[in-house]
Design a protein around this ligand. Sequence first.
Ligand SMILES: NC(=O)c1ccc[n+]([C@@H]2O[C@H](COP(=O)([O-])OP(=O)(O)OC[C@H]3O[C@@H](n4cnc5c(N)ncnc54)[C@H](OP(=O)(O)O)[C@@H]3O)[C@@H](O)[C@H]2O)c1
Length: 290
Amino acid sequence: MTDRKKTMFDLSGKAALISGGASGIGLAIAQAMLEQGAKVLIASRNQDKVEAAVKQLARATETDQIDAAAPIVTGTGLDVTSDRSVEAAVKRTVDLFGRIDILVNAAGVMLRKPTFELNPADFNQIYDTHVTGSLRCAKAAGHLMREQHSGCIINLASISSFVDLIEVAAYAAAKNAVLGLTRALANEWAKFGIRVNAIAPGFVPTDINRKMIENTDRGRRILEHTPMGRFGEAREIAGAAVFLASPAASFVNGHTLVVDGGYLASGIGDSTAWWTGGDGSAPAIAPGAE
Ligand SMILES: NC(=O)c1ccc[n+]([C@@H]2O[C@H](COP(=O)([O-])OP(=O)(O)OC[C@H]3O[C@@H](n4cnc5c(N)ncnc54)[C@H](OP(=O)(O)O)[C@@H]3O)[C@@H](O)[C@H]2O)c1
């Protein structure tokens, strides 16, 4: 690992468990936390994917301590819909690092379907992963954080926690519930030294949504509604996670940090829309608009 100057975003000595940490936003968060000095255990269902991601992280952060008795980054299997699997992943974090300071709930699945075709089993599976899964992980890690009297939990919310994104009702319901869970835990567990916050990312092409938004009509409409005129990158979400886990956020609790290029701020349109002259060819005020 290269030398770093310590800042208020420093995570040296912190131990992090990141569900869904083998790809996309979870993987970017793992890398950013490693870069700030944390020790990281990434976890998801597909063991091959986890192993490949651990190697990628070790390369990116210039650490070769992936197999050592005292690793800096390693991985484990985890299914957040299973109590036993969650308990095992949290135990593994503590066995490896001696403590658990940071839990990131980034495991996620997505289902797009007209709601008339959405059956309760589909709905429950989405809910179980995002909401009950986050609760399972939070409780298992929270017991240990309470003993330490310190800890930080970061949940992944979404733009669909705030506005409808059409034909993703189960995901929307789950991501709304993530906001409630975040506030409830933040309120109940502050007295145990545990802060609980959420990040609501804008649109970041990853395995969960790439087919839906890259080179599609849906994606085009998203970009038209995004003042910054582009999708986000997973790394741009990771900065928010480092902030929330760091001493810089020591008084931030129960908050949902939106990182969306201005999507939620844009209301009826954005500065790239033709009627604002954003494309350079249309007049600043549409003819007859005065
Ligand atoms: N990308 C976006 O635009 C966006 C926007 C808003 C919110 N989010 C949220 O951000 C989080 C990360 O998503 P992402 O975009 O990074 O997608 P991603 O690359 O597909 O990552 C999701 C990860 O969750 C893991 N996972 C799924 N079910 C699991 C389970 N039952 N137990 C453990 N791990 C499980 C998957 O790995 P395995 O298959 O190996 O289990 C996968 O690596 C999700 O909560 C997502 O809803 C994403």
